[in-house]
Write a protein that binds this ligand. Structure first.
Ligand SMILES: [Zn+2]
Length: 84
């Protein structure tokens, strides 16, 4: 959250990039003020989250193949596939 003005206890607004904060009510400026961090508990756990199958596109690795990687070489070749 934005910091509070020490004079009128209103939330200050950003004065611009790297310019601190200023109070629009009384005009107070604080170039060293920083945002107030408040940690938020999340219900999400670490893990793999995939969209529904109907929403997956060609770049999404399917869940069953997530641990597998192709070697880059085919396992076997079809003999003389190019000859009539
Ligand atoms: Zn103020």
């Amino acid at each position: 959250m934005n910091p509070v003005c020490p004079h009128c206890l209103k939330r200050m607004k950003s004065a611009g990039s790297d310019k601190g904060y200023k109070c629009f009510k009384c005009g107070f400026k604080d170039r060293t003020a920083v945002k107030i961090e408040t940690p938020v508990e999340r219900t999400l756990k670490k893990g793999l989250y995939l969209p529904p199958l109907s929403a997956q596109r060609h770049l999404t690795r399917p869940r069953v193949r997530f641990e597998l990687r192709n070697s880059g070489k085919p396992q076997y070749l079809i003999n003389k596939w190019h000859c009539p």
